[in-house]
Design a protein around this ligand. Structure first.
Ligand SMILES: NC(=O)c1ccc[n+]([C@@H]2O[C@H](COP(=O)([O-])OP(=O)(O)OC[C@H]3O[C@@H](n4cnc5c(N)ncnc54)[C@H](O)[C@@H]3O)[C@@H](O)[C@H]2O)c1
Length: 249
């Protein structure tokens, strides 16, 4: 008789967008450590491939702005693994442009990646999971969608606020089909996006965090693993805050 696996995601398959660097790569690693097999996707050539090779995962290049390409990539992952149990909509663009300087093109592109891309991700995975009667969708939101942020642009904030509404709508729609949809709202996680800020701005950000430090990418990954695990089966439409106490509600 074989003993049951202690890994919470053993036997599951996850699909992660924007997995070539930063939090997406950390999330893919965390899911793999929890026992899942992972499809890693990114728009940048070569990025997801490196992490996929490390994890024995499947690398796919796709642009989340393009619904047909997104659906095609998802279909390839389904063909490769048999099914997808966990969808993580992580890909995003994080500009810091002042609201006085945002061009219409920049506004449209940020909304197209962060919000429209996640809409496509929820819909593509949602159809597949609805048919199977099970699944988990996790959307990477941000504290910037809940509170004004000095570190990111208003287009980014608007996209992340929209993502919370999107999460609740898909959660409502998919709940009767055994699919949960939740948002994770991190802030100030040690990542390439944060590294890009000048040191004075980083210090000012840190000073406003009650726990007195930036978050670790592994802490974001652990929260995604939790939302994807059997332990979170009764949670849907929720926003999980991960911000060192910077925003309490
Ligand atoms: N880093 C933080 O402190 C922080 C805080 C709150 C929320 N978040 C959210 O977490 C997620 C990851 O953040 P990060 O800091 O790792 O960002 P990042 O910019 O380091 O990584 C984003 C990834 O998405 C990919 N990507 C960009 N456009 C794409 C497209 N059109 N199609 C497919 N892939 C695309 C990029 O190539 C990159 O690999 C984002 O949703 C972000 O909004 C991050």
């Amino acid at each position: 008789m074989s003993s049951p696996s202690l890994l919470p995601l053993a036997g599951r398959v996850a699909f992660v967008t924007g997995a070539g660097q930063g939090l997406g790569a950390a999330i893919a690693r965390g899911l793999a450590q929890a026992g899942a097999r992972v499809a890693l996707t990114d728009i940048e050539q070569g990025h997801a491939e490196g992490v996929a090779a490390e994890l024995g995962g499947l690398a796919l290049r796709l642009d989340v702005r393009d619904e047909a390409a997104f659906g095609d990539g998802f279909g390839k992952a389904v063909a490769h693994f048999g099914a997808i149990d966990i969808m993580v909509n992580n890909a995003a663009r994080t500009p810091t442009t002042s609201l006085w300087d945002i061009t219409p093109d920049e506004w449209d592109d940020v909304l197209a990646i962060n919000l429209r891309g996640s809409f496509f991700g929820c819909r593509i995975a949602g159809r597949h999971m609805r048919e199977r009667g099970a699944g988990r969708i996790v959307n990477l939101a941000s504290m910037a969608g809940q509170q004004p942020s000095a570190a990111t642009g208003v287009h980014y904030a608007a996209s992340k606020a929209g993502l919370l509404a999107l999460t609740r709508s898909f959660a409502q729609e998919l709940a009767p089909h055994g699919v949960t949809v939740n948002a994770l709202a991190p802030a100030a996680i040690d990542s390439p996006a944060l590294d890009a800020l000048d040191p004075a701005r980083q210090q000012a950000l840190k000073a406003r965090i009650p726990l007195g430090r930036f978050g670790f990418p592994e802490e974001v990954a652990a929260a995604v693993v939790y939302l994807a695990s059997p332990a979170a089966a009764f949670m849907t439409g929720a926003t999980l805050d991960l911000n060192g106490g910077r925003f309490m509600r």
